[in-house]
Design a protein around this ligand. Structure first.
Ligand code: ADP
Ligand code: MG
Length: 584
């Protein structure tokens, strides 16, 4: 028997990093800009606490493409590194200088926004580069250093004549990654990942109107006015907004600021959001963000503008599944939290305690906001109901906690456009609409036009008829019937309401016994009994000479069968269709 150690050498790690570290090669740029941002934020912190004796100034990060030289440059004016620090931070794979920094400065740096974590980000550069150079000058009084590595474990470290503080990373882009030398490709990456990062990022220059120049207007002898062209100046093209709305205090923002930010997030979206919810917690987890209720039509449209997840202002993903409860994934906006463990699988995420807390916090905030909108401006809330009901009803179905809160503001509109809360509806109909077992009967229509005569006949008797037409309403009805005591829903064209609702006086049909018998026989002749079972009943309304209804249980069983809900259990296949013919 031989025993030994498997030899893991760094030589084997590079190809692995290159292939598997990140499935998306494009994130190298996000990682390097994150490091440049960290270097700048660290310097800011050091100057704040007096540990760096330099002027912080207005540092920015610059991205430059050198197409001919096949190079991409990422340049920052952050704290820089001495040669010793390069040895320490860069040559040790998986040693994070960011974590070390946070450890050292603890509480004072807690809110500094430092991004780095695992000490692996830098090496993602080798996913797209065949050679990487670092030229860096520390804020401390030390010579600048120049590190070069071609992806093998060998590196060179020599002195450099760089004089200004900060770090320049030079990527010699590999043959298979030349897409990253295209201006368009880099622009779209910056747009995607870095749009709201905290340090200004410059990518090229752009022409803008000179703000100090007012074009002169002159009149010729015919009185025709001509205005001279605006003077253009060249300025840095800053691709990001370092202070996005969600990083500010709600008290410092006006309604218009929220709308503007919505447009910033979704430049292609022209609908205004209905309202927003500003999230802001720092205990027991850190989370900021702004959620928007978009205008939503009845047919749950698949949306491509989704909630975006950030960590310290760096875009991570727009797949928030597992972090935000499912019914809220229909919303839009931003969530920013350094506390979401994103390096784990989604199924693990759902079980993670911190993530569960985040999810229930968001649910609660959304419910509270809806409640306050309802309380403060009922009219406005009603006007928006059609656009927001899908989210609310879906939430009531899927989250018990949300159901409990939403019960106070979920609305049930009538066919005539009155909106009741459940409690209001209950009080309104309890005296009149109960069945023989004293169960409350809630009448509803799903289609105002198709069920018109049924609606009219119910209204003529003084009943309230709701208009419930959401795609998920049948599920919500079941939920309400099982949650609320002693109620039942009945569609207006279901069982005849005179048989449903307990009445004081007995109903009398205008037909006498002989007429009824004759009609009954006639029906049996024309309608095959094995297929349709028709029952003759009396009605005491003048609304129409007769109506045909289908018993509620029958309709629901058919619905269940149609949706594969096991109605087959009842042997519906052999059962004749059942209708009631109700004659005046
Ligand atoms: P992390 O950012 O998770 O700490 P990285 O692999 O991205 O790990 O970077 C390793 C370390 O290298 C950083 O923590 C930092 O100390 C140093 N470093 C990387 N880029 C820069 C830079 N632009 N300026 C100064 N230090 C840097
Ligand atoms: Mg990093």
């Amino acid at each position: 028997m031989t025993k030994g150690n498997i030899n893991v050498s760094v030589e084997n790690i590079f190809p692995l990093i290159k292939k598997f570290l990140y499935s998306d090669h494009e994130i190298f740029l996000r990682e390097l800009i994150s490091n440049a941002t960290d270097a700048t934020l660290k310097l800011k912190h050091l100057t704040n606490v007096g540990d760096a004796k330099v002027e912080y100034g207005n540092p920015q990060i610059e991205i430059k493409i050198d197409k001919d030289g096949k190079k991409l440059h990422i340049i920052d004016q952050g704290l820089g590194m001495t040669a010793e620090e390069v040895e320490k931070y860069i040559n040790q794979v998986a040693f994070s200088g960011a974590e070390e920094f946070l450890d050292k400065y603890k509480d004072s740096a807690k809110d500094s926004g430092i991004i780095g974590h695992f000490g692996l980000g830098f090496y993602s550069a080798f996913m797209v580069a065949e050679k990487v150079e670092i030229i860096t000058k520390s804020h401390q009084d030390a010579p600048a250093a120049h590190w070069t590595c071609d992806g093998s474990p060998e590196f060179t470290l020599e002195a450099s004549d760089k004089t200004d503080r900060g770090t320049e990373i030079i990527l010699h882009i590999a043959e298979d990654s030349t897409e990253f030398l295209e201006e368009g490709r880099i622009t779209s990456l910056l747009e995607k990942y870095n749009k709201f990062m905290p340090i200004p990022i410059k990518f090229g220059t752009k022409e803008v109107n000179d703000p100090d120049f007012t074009p002169k207007t002159t009149k010729d002898e015919d009185g025709k006015e001509t205005t001279e062209p605006h003077k253009q100046i060249t300025v840095d093209n800053i691709i990001n907004n370092p202070n996005p709305a969600w990083t500010k205090q709600p008290a410092d923002l006006e309604d218009q600021n929220y709308k503007d930010f919505y447009r910033e997030l979704y430049p292609m979206q022209f609908e205004e959001p209905l309202f927003n919810i500003h999230l802001n917690v720092d205990y027991p987890f850190n989370l900021t963000g702004i959620l928007y209720f978009p205008k939503m039509s009845n047919d749950m449209q698949i949306q491509k503008d989704k909630i975006q997840l950030y960590q310290n202002q760096v875009f991570v993903t727009d797949n928030v599944e597992g972090i935000v409860p499912e019914f809220l994934t229909m919303l839009r906006g931003v969530i920013d939290s350094p506390d979401i463990p994103l390096n784990v699988s989604r199924s693990y995420l759902q079980a993670d305690g911190a993530v569960k807390k985040i999810s229930s916090y968001i649910t609660r905030k959304v419910a509270d906001k809806l409640k306050s909108l309802f309380n403060n401006s009922r009219e406005d809330f009603e006007a928006k109901w059609n656009d927001i009901k899908i989210v609310i009803e879906y939430g009531m179905l899927s989250e018990e906690k949300f159901f409990e809160k939403a019960d106070a503001f979920a609305l049930y509109p009538t066919v005539d456009g009155t909106y009741y809360t459940y409690e209001e509806l209950f009080n309104k109909i309890k005296a009149k609409q109960t069945d023989k077992d004293d169960k409350l009967v809630i009448l509803y229509a799903s289609d105002k036009d198709a069920q018109h005569s049924y609606i009219e006949s119910a209204k003529a008797k003084g009943y309230e008829v709701l208009l419930l037409d959401s795609p998920i309403i049948s599920h919500l009805i079941q939920k309400l019937e099982s949650t609320k005591e002693n109620i039942t829903f009945a569609r207006v064209d279901g069982d005849h309401i005179d048989n449903l609702i307990k009445k004081d006086e007995t109903t009398i049909s205008k037909l006498d016994e002989d007429q009824k018998k004759a009609l009954d026989e006639l029906l049996k002749e024309v309608i095959p009994a094995e297929k349709f079972m028709v029952q003759l009943e009396a009605m005491d309304s003048d609304a129409s000479p007769f109506i045909i209804t289908q018993p509620e249980f029958m309709r629901r069983m058919k619905e269940m069968q149609a949706t594969g809900g096991g109605g087959g259990m009842f042997g519906m296949g052999n059962m004749p269709e059942m209708y009631n013919l109700i004659v005046n």
